[in-house]
Design a protein around this ligand. Structure first.
Ligand SMILES: Cc1ncc(COP(=O)(O)O)c(C=O)c1O
Length: 411
């Protein structure tokens, strides 16, 4: 039974009509848009048209006639509008990991007299792995230094730190950094900042320009709904464009790729951060998915995200202690993104039991159950239902079954 409070909240929700723009199966409460966004309805037709008409009929002519060749810039400009970046500062390309390699290398090149990259031990592993790889690749004593908690970041910024590399919203806990304050503190110490926006682009308003961020990267397949393995994006502050060559010097980053020159001459603008041929089908899906955002009021999005998370936290609070669920996400909405996570024993099995009942979240080892709240296609009624299904799974111990302990390759 949905409460009157949830019914009223849904009736007055300014974003409620957006749910119709997504294909979502009946009987599913989808709390994993922070991992793979749902399918926007128009993507299906757009990709089909690209395949049948642009690829099937126009063949190679579509690089010009359908302007496939500029998809990285066009899609990048759409993303720019969601992250407070001016046109011409964002491109869509490659994966988040590869884009991190590019911008981190560029940042280290800009701060060449310094050798440390500072990040958090709790950062997403690919970010740490890429930073280790970049440091090793440069091979001049560069190294990654990790801090254990956000409060330790400021003290770690000594005069040998070249780059501070942080994920805006932590993938596991949902903790959100104060981007503007941290960037300012880093700049005061001569440190450049790379932000990973994987869990914030499309989840909340982001303003890279007012924060004066140096570089940013992020995923296309989470809150931007670009589909599995969608192209990622990267941002370079206009002040740094043209100053340094990123090392993946492929032909799409060349000043004039179709001059087929022997020697690499980098573009002096954001195109320098491209490498090879864009993944057209994935790019088309992301481009179409982004059209949903034309009509979204980002402040309303954030308000709803906060309210959805609060509703979930308050609902679970009633039985969390009894079933040993520990909230690891900040209770203070200003300090979190758009997800809520709990640490608990048997988290994997609990999540599998929830998924079997249509409540789809995910599990992050060793003990986190994670619920993402995407304001474009979730209602307050969904959140209440998810809370009662979670309660039922815990009260009945229905998670305690062999089938829910079989570990999938992806958790
Ligand atoms: C913070 C963060 N960065 C990066 C990634 C993934 O990078 P890639 O798309 O290269 O696999 C994720 C994936 O969940 C993430 O959470």
């Amino acid at each position: 039974m949905t409460s009157t409070k949830a019914i009223l909240a849904d009736q007055s929700d300014p974003l409620r009509s957006f749910r119709d723009r997504f294909e979502l199966p009946d009987n599913v409460i989808y709390l994993d848009g922070n991992s793979l966004g749902a399918l926007p309805k128009t993507v299906r037709q757009r990709v089909a048209k690209t395949i049948s008409e642009e690829w099937g009929e126009q063949l190679i002519r579509s690089w010009n006639t359908a302007d496939w060749v500029h998809l990285p810039q066009r899609v990048g400009n759409k993303i720019a509008g969601l992250i407070g970046a001016p046109a011409g500062t964002v491109v869509a390309a490659d994966s988040t990991s590869i884009n991190l390699f590019k911008v981190l290398s560029a940042a280290l090149g800009l701060n060449a007299g310094r050798s440390k990259i500072v990040s958090e031990r709790e950062n997403f592993p690919t970010d740490l792995y890429i930073a280790e790889g970049v440091a090793k690749q440069i091979g001049k004593g560069h190294r990654l230094v990790l801090v254990d908690k956000p409060a330790d970041i400021a003290d770690a910024l000594d005069d040998d730190v070249a780059v501070l590399m942080l994920t805006h919203v932590n993938y596991r806990t949902g903790y959100r950094h104060d981007m503007a304050a941290i960037t300012q503190a880093a700049h005061d110490k001569g440190v450049l900042v790379v932000w990973d926006l994987a869990h914030s682009a499309g989840a909340m308003p982001v303003d890279l320009t007012s924060a004066n961020a140096d570089f940013a990267i992020g995923c296309g397949y989470k809150y931007l709904n670009g589909g599995p393995g969608a192209p990622a994006f990267l941002y370079v502050n206009p002040a740094h464009q043209g100053e340094f060559n990123q090392p993946l010097s492929g032909w799409f980053g060349h000043r004039a790729p179709f001059n087929f020159e022997t020697v690499y001459a980098p573009s002096r603008n954001i195109e320098q951060y491209l490498c090879g041929t864009p993944q057209v089908l994935g790019m088309i899906a992301l481009d179409e998915a982004l059209s949903v955002w034309n009509d979204v009021d980002m402040e309303a999005l954030r308000m709803k995200s906060t309210a959805l998370c609060d509703t979930f936290i308050e609902g679970v609070e009633e039985f969390a202690a009894e079933y040993h669920l520990k909230l690891v996400t900040p209770r203070d909405a200003d300090k979190r993104g758009s997800q809520v996570s709990y640490s608990c024993e048997n988290g994997y099995a609990i999540m599998q039991a929830l998924i079997a009942r249509g409540v789809i979240g995910d599990f992050r080892a060793p003990d986190i159950i994670r619920f993402g709240f995407t304001p474009l296609y979730l209602s307050f009624a969904d959140v209440e239902n998810a809370v009662s299904i979670l309660k039922e799974v815990l009260v009945t111990r229905s998670w305690d079954a062999h089938e829910y302990r079989v570990l999938g390759a992806v958790t």
